[in-house]
Design a protein around this ligand. Structure first.
Ligand code: FES
Length: 366
């Protein structure tokens, strides 16, 4: 056996801790650990209370511009995790076995004998935690850890808010409606003009004759730029209302050779001399689309490469999207401007499980 360069000093003798020799101190440490787990549980409950009682927009002046909800959720969840961490450290320091051991180097593989020894050590370690004979700690720890699932549930709930019928109607449907309004102090019933299609950002209505074969235009309903013409209160197309209406109504216009179009069932009159209109919102998870392959009339979504055939009812030809792009039926008004015949005839935006998709009407997109 080669001589060791330095004499092995061995392990110092084990020094018992106060909690090893004094049952009173041991009991006190046990209660401290349980109290810390209890504080964690209270913090988690406060997290849930804060989530349901504080509005996201609330501010506490002492935190400047930080929202009350944000501060409360962060603080309570942070404390819940902190108390669990401190409890585990205290448990290990004061109550679990603290015998130092020497582990000799050994081959990477484990001999059967080593495995048995490891299992035996694990068993000893488990017994030294005292979890079997300390039901107070065990139960409080289980309670604190189980309650940590509550934040996960409430946070996941926010991811799953379902849109209900909010995507079934867009402001394109305002055109052509009969409404009652007040003109010169008198209540009258009027028909709202069909909604003109306007260029995005600048709001100029688009003449069908403006578009050349191959042109692709991002468009919006004219009401967002000229609400009075459609008897809409300007406040309905300002601020957050503007953002909501704009995101739902965003449109792609493309002009192609009329003979290239294969109209879907019931869509023979949905284009104007080769000009077709589709929702700009991808039916996969809602990215805005505008990458056009001119020769194939395919529209490519940059997010996950879903590809839609604009010459064939917006059907999916590639990628993860499960539904065709919704098509907007269009025509021209008496001045030659492109207008929507009606609203979209199906919900816009990404798929969601409660969405009612009518395969008889729109065909199978497989
Ligand atoms: S959002 Fe368009 S492919 Fe995923």
């Amino acid at each position: 056996m080669p001589e060791e360069p330095i004499a092995n000093p061995g392990l110092p003798p084990h020094e018992p801790r106060p909690t090893d020799v004094d049952p009173e101190k041991e009991k006190r440490a046990e209660r401290q650990v349980a109290a810390l787990f209890g504080l964690s549980a209270i913090s988690t409950v406060l997290f849930a209370v804060a989530y349901f009682t504080l509005d996201v927009g609330d501010n506490w002046s002492t935190f400047g511009s930080l929202g009350a909800s944000t501060v409360a959720l962060g603080a309570t969840l942070g404390l819940a995790l902190l108390f669990i961490g401190i409890a585990i450290i205290q448990w290990a320091r004061k109550l679990m076995g603290d015998h130092e051991i020497v582990e000799m180097r050994h081959p990477a593989y484990s001999e059967e004998e080593d495995r048995q020894r490891a299992l035996a050590d694990l068993k000893i370690g488990f017994e030294e935690t005292g979890i079997a004979r300390r039901p107070l700690i065990r139960n409080s720890a289980l309670g604190a850890l189980a309650l940590l699932g509550v934040p996960a549930v409430v946070l996941l709930r926010d991811l799953g808010t379902l849109p209900g019928d909010k995507l079934e109607h867009t402001i394109w449907g305002r055109g052509g409606q009969k409404i009652t309004t007040v003109v010169d102090g008198k209540e009258v019933t009027v028909t709202v003009p069909l909604m003109r299609i306007a260029r995005d950002a600048i709001g100029t209505p688009i003449l069908a004759s403006d578009l050349e074969i191959g042109d692709l235009v991002n468009a919006q309903p004219e009401v967002l730029f000229n609400p009075e013409r459609y008897y809409v209160d300007p406040s309905e197309v300002e601020g957050i209302n503007l953002q909501i209406n704009k995101s739902k109504a965003s449109l792609i216009l493309l002009r192609m050779e009329p003979d290239d179009i294969t109209p879907g069932k019931g869509r023979d009159d949905w284009d104007v001399n080769g000009i077709v209109a589709y929702s700009k919102i991808c039916t996969h998870v809602g990215c805005p689309i505008s990458l056009n392959e001119r020769t194939t009339h395919h529209l490519l979504c940059p997010c996950h490469q879903s590809t839609f055939d604009l010459a064939n009812s917006g059907k999916v030809v590639f990628g993860p999207a499960g539904r065709p792009l919704p098509q907007l039926p269009i025509t021209v008004d008496d001045q030659g401007y492109l207008v929507a015949q009606s609203d979209f005839t199906e919900p816009v935006g990404p798929s969601f499980w409660e969405r009612d998709y009518d395969r008889d009407r729109f065909g199978d997109d497989d």
